[in-house]
Design a protein around this ligand. Structure first.
Ligand SMILES: [Zn+2]
Ligand SMILES: [Zn+2]
Length: 243
């Protein structure tokens, strides 16, 4: 199988790489940058998890500023925060200047009343919540977050759906078009995520049709996997074959 010609540049970037500023990651910022250069990447985004109470963002920015970026590698910054509700509010502290993009993440299911865990959503669906209503909430929250926080990036978008027993196949064409057009209009990058294998080919095709920017990411928690793609490569190839 040949390389995806239109996307070979995309696979030269890794827009979601965690360091030890996140509790569950193993590698330092410097180790990730060294790994990105060794993998021949042109771009790496260093990103860690925040919530409203997070206080280390200035320290993180100082540590990134002190890194020596190898020639040919662009080093970008970011913080990853979960969507709270269908108003598109994020679980995020006041940010100092220097964060290039916020990664807007579906870590919990966003509802009008706030974020709900996957088990609770599964119970609500079996108790009569219509999957269509749940999907409407999910899309509404993503669109509201992009509008409230323009110029950022959607992290592993739709990874929440399999966790609640739904899938991207359950999203209508109208859902995907509205989502993709909002990404284009708000300068939101949408990452195609290696760890979670999402979003899928239909969604990527909708992004392309809308003129939205998609990027590749590993969501690496260890420098050994920075810039290493197999699922993303396949998703991009399948998207090319999707009408
Ligand atoms: Zn995440
Ligand atoms: Zn992440």
């Amino acid at each position: 199988m040949s390389e995806p010609t239109a996307d070979s540049g995309i696979l030269g970037g890794d827009f979601h790489v965690h360091s030890t500023f996140s509790d569950d990651a193993r590698s330092s910022l410097a180790e990730n940058v060294t790994a990105a250069a060794a993998a021949g990447l042109h771009t790496v985004r260093l990103v860690d998890h925040v919530r409203q109470s997070t206080a280390w963002v200035p320290e993180y920015l100082a540590a990134v500023a002190a890194l020596e970026a190898p020639d040919g590698l662009t080093v970008l910054t970011g913080v990853e925060a979960k969507i709270l509700n269908t108003e598109g509010e994020l679980d995020i502290p006041a940010l100092p200047a220097g964060i290039d993009r916020i990664l807007i993440a579906d870590h919990q299911f966003p509802t009008a009343a706030g974020p709900v865990g996957p088990t609770e959503i599964i119970e609500r669906i079996s108790a009569g919540l219509s999957p269509t209503d749940a999907l409407d909430d999910c899309i509404a929250a993503l669109i509201a977050a992009m509008e409230r926080y323009p110029g950022n990036q959607l992290a592993h978008c739709f990874s929440i759906l399999p966790k609640v027993g739904l899938s991207e196949d359950d999203l209508s064409r109208e859902h995907l078009e509205a989502w993709a057009l909002t990404a284009a209009r708000t300068d939101t990058y949408v990452e195609v995520n290696e760890k979670w294998g999402c979003p899928g080919p239909r969604a990527i095709a909708a992004l392309r049709a809308a003129g939205a920017t998609h990027v590749a990411s590993t969501d690496s928690h260890d420098a050994a996997t920075v810039g290493s793609y197999s699922r993303v490569r396949e998703l991009l190839l399948n998207a090319e074959a999707t009408p």
